[in-house]
Design a protein around this ligand. Structure first.
Ligand SMILES: Nc1ncnc2c1ncn2[C@@H]1O[C@H](COP(=O)(O)OP(=O)(O)OP(=O)(O)O)[C@@H](O)[C@H]1O
Ligand SMILES: O=P(O)(O)OC[C@H]1O[C@H](OP(=O)(O)OP(=O)(O)O)[C@H](O)[C@@H]1O
Length: 317
């Protein structure tokens, strides 16, 4: 099939072709009932049940395609969007709009230095060599540190040349953590999640440049806003379902106010009368991460028959 000729009337949706964000992204698509089959080695897959084509791209390239309006929707890291925006020309507006935080792919872009070296704080790196895959964010960060303001703010409204950074920022595409040991860098700026990579390389973090999670982004010139909204609503439903559980319990009516204070729900809890007039049944969405504490607190105020149910999908206000 000539895939390219099938793209003109489809919404283009870019997803990571590999790496840390791919598995969770594919789960999200499946939970949103976006059905496709990706042929081996092909980076384009037509969605069977919607006029959508998925484009598999490196996470770092997705903001560029979305920003230029070549692709309508994308999933990538907020760090990658920030890096893309840091490379925009002075006065150029980003073509990328964040639609929602997807909650996975949580990590921090951090300034790291050798654990046992002489550099203790970021100021000590000024004028030295810093290696990173995020040169835009690194230049902005050191421009502020060197008192130049943001790189772009500093030249706004002046005809003067761009003030030169004292710190030398060098790009490498991967294995950034090796740069200090190899003598290429005095410090690095790289992503940290568990910190294992950093510690294994004998490094420690001294500052955070950006905190990141995966985000759904759209082009400011998206071709089919209605379809974008439909897909966004489906994805939001899956994300909400993953984040919340449904907590049901019975509680004496006189304790209802205390109990609903513990489980206020997303909008409000559902309260149902029971055959026993002094008792009511309550049903409320609770954030999964808080459920154990919530159950303890409900028990303490006299709630009984507490049940916790997984939510398969949702549409909430
Ligand atoms: N250790 C991590 N934990 C959680 N999220 C991460 C981690 N590392 C990266 N990410 C997120 O995933 C995005 C893609 O990073 P990843 O390393 O998977 O890229 P990649 O496309 O495989 O590229 P590369 O070939 O440079 O590794 C990052 O921009 C960041 O948002
Ligand atoms: O704090 P940690 O949990 O150890 O994770 C951090 C590592 O994860 C990412 O790299 P990845 O493993 O995706 O490979 P890469 O170095 O090829 O980008 C990142 O660039 C770090 O090296």
């Amino acid at each position: 099939m000539d895939l390219v000729n099938h793209l003109s009337d489809r919404l283009l949706f870019a997803v990571p072709k590999k790496g840390r964000l791919q598995a969770a992204t594919l789960d999200l698509l499946s939970g949103s009932d976006i059905q496709f089959r990706r042929e081996t080695r092909l980076d384009i897959a037509l969605v069977k049940n919607h006029p959508i084509a998925l484009i598999f791209l490196p996470a770092a390239d997705i903001p560029t395609f979305v920003g230029e309006g070549k692709v309508d929707l994308g999933i990538t890291g907020r760090d990658q969007v920030a890096e893309h925006d840091a490379h925009l020309a002075l006065g150029e507006e980003s073509g990328v709009e964040e639609v929602m935080d997807l909650g996975f792919g949580r990590c921090k872009l951090q300034v790291q230095v050798p654990e046992k070296g002489s550099i203790q704080e970021v100021g000590d790196l000024v004028g030295k060599n810093v290696v990173t895959s995020f040169t835009g964010l690194a230049e902005d960060y050191f421009a502020r540190l060197e008192g130049l303001g943001g790189r772009k703010e500093s030249i706004s409204g002046t005809a003067s040349p761009i003030p030169k950074l004292k710190t030398k920022i060098k790009f490498v595409g991967g294995s950034v953590e090796a740069a200090c040991a190899l003598g290429v860098a005095d410090g690095i700026i790289d992503l940290v999640e568990s910190g294992e990579t950093m510690r294994a390389a004998g490094l420690k973090a001294i500052e955070t440049v950006v905190e990141s999670t995966a985000v759904l982004i759209k082009s400011k010139s998206a071709s089919n806003e209605k379809l974008v909204d439909l897909i966004a609503a489906r994805i939001r439903g899956v994300i909400t379902a993953q984040r919340y559980v449904l907590c049901q319990y019975n509680v004496p009516r006189e304790k209802l106010a205390e109990a609903t204070h513990i489980t206020p729900g997303k909008r409000a809890p559902t309260i149902t009368a029971l055959e026993e007039p002094d008792w009511v049944a309550v049903s409320s969405m609770v954030e999964k991460k808080n459920i154990a504490t919530v159950m303890d607190e409900l028990t303490a105020v006299g709630a009984t028959d507490i049940l916790v149910l997984d939510i398969a999908n949702s549409r909430t206000g």
